[in-house]
Design a protein around this ligand. Structure first.
Ligand SMILES: C[S@@+](CC[C@H](N)C(=O)[O-])C[C@H]1O[C@@H](n2cnc3c(N)ncnc32)[C@H](O)[C@@H]1O
Length: 274
């Protein structure tokens, strides 16, 4: 099984239009407000930090690059080839910037062999980063990926609520295959309460926030997964919920009063309870 043609095309269309400007995508918030706080919750539950980390549905890879600081190998997976191309382009650009800053810093300090990661503004992710196009609800592709990488840790933000209802259980099953016996997954999704808030934003007198317009135009509108359903999908996939909670999902859009628009989200840490 795989996603429908309509769904795949919707994501291709969306990512084909993205330019890669920081903050242009509604949910593409700086990692300091996103994967950073998630990692602080997730890391204590990761029993095997040497395993690769898969960022499932990585989009343009903003969070993937941040995660590469903490895991030896991070692989961003996305259905959309346009998203993967953009993620690769951004990574190339960022690594060139890092190389330039390191060279400038070495020149200023006349060498001396100090680790480049300590160069001002020259922060280096310590892990390897790869990006790959893959449909996470295609069980054959997922089995091949697990065969190649073995058990993985998994980070998944904002994919379940977007996918077609028929793909929700296959997506949870995919997480179960990928974490295997030793991995742990951090799953963060819009909460049920995000639905009414998004409807309110869409119907605002002044019109919807500009960054929501491409989301509507391409039909990748956030869906509603009932809060309790997420844990049910995980249990049906044979996994246990090891911890869960709520967090605001900070977007790149602003309220009229200048504060960031936040949506309610819920997170779960899942794995085999061994
Ligand atoms: C709302 S975006 C979130 C992107 C990223 N996780 C983030 O937090 O910025 C959802 C992403 O999931 C991807 N996606 C949706 N269904 C997928 C599937 N079946 N397999 C892989 N990626 C998928 C989409 O292409 C899109 O890039």
């Amino acid at each position: 099984m795989s996603v429908t043609h309509r769904y795949r095309e919707a994501w291709e269309g969306f990512w084909n239009e993205a330019t890669g400007e920081p903050g242009e995508v509604f949910w593409d918030t700086e990692p300091a407000l996103t994967a950073g706080p998630h990692l602080a919750i997730y890391e204590p539950y990761v029993d095997a930090p040497a395993l690769p980390l898969l960022d499932l549905g990585c989009g343009n890879g903003t969070q993937t690059r941040f995660l590469a600081d903490r895991f030896p190998l991070v692989v961003g997976i996305d259905l959309s080839s346009a998203a993967i191309e953009l993620a690769r382009r951004q990574e190339k650009h960022q690594s060139e910037l890092r190389r330039k800053r390191r060279a400038e810093w070495r020149e200023k300090t006349s060498g001396g062999g100090t680790p480049a990661a300590r160069a001002p503004g020259g922060h280096l992710p310590s892990g390897e980063i790869r990006f790959r196009q893959l449909d996470a609800v295609d069980p054959d592709a997922v089995a091949r990926l697990h065969g190649e990488l073995g058990d993985c840790n998994v980070y998944m933000r904002g994919v379940l609520h977007q996918c077609d209802p028929k793909d929700r259980q296959p997506l949870a099953d995919t997480i179960a295959v990928l974490v295997g016996e030793h991995g742990r997954a951090f799953v963060v999704e819009l909460a049920e309460a995000a639905g009414p808030r998004l409807a309110q934003l869409a119907q605002a007198e002044s019109g919807p926030p500009a960054k929501l317009l491409p989301v509507f135009r391409h039909g990748v509108v956030p869906g509603a997964v009932p809060d309790a359903a997420v844990a049910d999908l995980v249990h049906t996939a044979g996994l246990s919920v090891l911890a869960s909670g709520d967090l605001p999902l900070t977007t790149t859009e602003y309220e009229e009063n200048g504060s960031r628009i936040e949506l309610p989200s819920t997170w779960l840490i899942v794995g085999r309870n061994t």
